[in-house]
Unconditional design. Structure first.
Length: 414
């Protein structure tokens, strides 16, 4: 099947991991998702509440009005240039979400897949054909290959990567790959000319986040055969099963999916809404909301306007019935590129965040002052220690000076 033929399809299959769960179908005024009876029995016997928190097995059928895809599925789509290219290849408009989510490939973020295939290929079987050595290729060629597969069968082996950079996301590029002799799966991020030093920027602040006590995936700066830089990020929605010697999927949902809102709403969500949904779905709400506060404060201190609702996710482990906040991702300073305010408001504010704002927010969710004090002390100490190293990012002198100044002012003025 040619990719451009997908827009003529009226239904597609939905899988949880490799288990057939149901079908989505176009409807005159939207779409319908319906669970298969076999999956409902399987879910009940295996303590699975559904393919997502918003599409539980309490209902067999979910009708979506006003658009052609439920928000959970819509949020499986990529962003930025990848989404634009996908629309071109499928020869459809960017509001035809039904077509785009099928065209995106059979292996999305997390463990839910939308595909025309009756069975989706396992990650292990895919990896046999897709291992690469970075120093032997051009990154931009890999990106084009990840989009412009000639047939749906080629594209079905690709992976949709959602959650690129916000506000400047129209220019960002991010796609999946597998490496030779590696049991891990990765995302490779490229550096558009209009955003200089973006790779070094994110590499610096992801490592600083780890020093500040945030859990983050492993990141590495890599170069292709023409010495173009890329940021290699290890995927945390995949793990290697040593017993069965294969890669397995972990359930992941971002906040837009948890709140059942479309990607366009990612800037209109408050931190209160994020915390409230974490209270509802996570296993240890106080611990996870504490992690959320640390993530927000770190982002504020470094000038990261990138922390929108699609850049905050949960992971659910079915084997232990545990739901936690995912490792932090897409952490960089957007300040040098003109993005100077937070994406999500805290206590009604997107700038000039203060200690009192944080304390009030934390108290509302059962977190004690002393826990915030310890968190803030660690953040301030580590960030101030790192300030003199920010020139290593490689920004010009003017932007480096401005970044150092704003970080210093925010940390000391908190």
């Amino acid at each position: 099947m040619r990719l451009s033929d997908i827009k003529d399809l009226n239904e597609a299959n939905v899988f949880l991991n490799e288990k057939f769960a149901g079908r989505i179908k176009r409807a005159p005024n939207g779409s319908t998702f319906e669970y298969e009876n076999d999956f409902l029995e399987y879910a009940q016997s295996n303590n699975i509440s559904g393919i997502s928190f918003s599409l539980s097995t309490k209902n067999k059928i979910y009708n979506t009005q006003g658009t052609n895809l439920h928000p959970f599925f819509a949020n499986l789509l990529p962003e930025g240039r990848r989404l634009q290219a996908l629309g071109q290849v499928a020869k459809t408009s960017l509001d035809d979400l039904f077509t785009l989510v099928i065209a995106g490939g059979s292996n999305c973020i997390g463990d839910v897949t939308v595909a025309t295939l009756k069975e989706i290929p396992s990650l292990s079987s895919e990896s046999k054909n897709e291992n690469i050595s970075l120093e032997d290729v051009l990154f931009w060629d890999l990106f084009e290959k990840s989009i412009f597969g000639e047939t749906y069968e080629d594209k079905a082996r690709d992976i949709n990567i959602a959650g690129v950079y916000p506000k400047i996301s129209a220019g960002m590029i991010s796609f999946p790959l597998r490496l030779l002799r590696s049991k891990s799966e990765y995302i490779l991020k490229l550096e558009p000319k209009e955003y200089p030093c973006l790779v070094a920027n994110e590499f610096f602040f992801m490592n600083l986040a780890r020093e500040c006590g945030l859990e983050v995936p492993e990141v590495k700066v890599v170069f292709d055969k023409n010495s173009n830089p890329g940021l290699l990020v290890e995927r945390f929605d995949r793990s290697f099963d040593k017993k069965n010697k294969q890669v397995t999927k972990i359930h992941q949902e971002d906040v837009c999916q948890l709140l059942s809102v479309y990607p366009s709403e990612k800037y209109r969500i408050s931190m209160r809404e994020v915390a409230e949904v974490l209270e509802e779905v996570t296993s240890t709400p106080i611990i996870e909301i504490s992690k959320l506060i640390r993530l927000y404060l770190f982002s504020y201190f470094i000038g990261n306007g990138d922390l929108h609702a699609k850049n905050i996710s949960i992971l659910k482990y079915y084997d232990t019935d545990r739901t936690i906040l995912s490792p932090a991702y897409d952490l960089l300073s957007t300040y040098p590129y003109g993005d100077k305010e937070m994406a999500l408001h805290l206590e009604g504010k997107k700038s000039n965040i203060r200690y009192k704002d944080t304390i009030n927010f934390a108290k509302r969710h059962g977190i004690e002052d002393r826990a915030i004090d310890s968190m803030v002390l660690t953040l301030k100490t580590e960030i101030l220690d790192a300030i003199m190293s920010m020139h290593n990012i490689g920004l010009d002198d003017k932007k480096t000076k401005s970044l150092v100044q704003v970080v210093t002012d925010r940390v000391k003025g908190f």
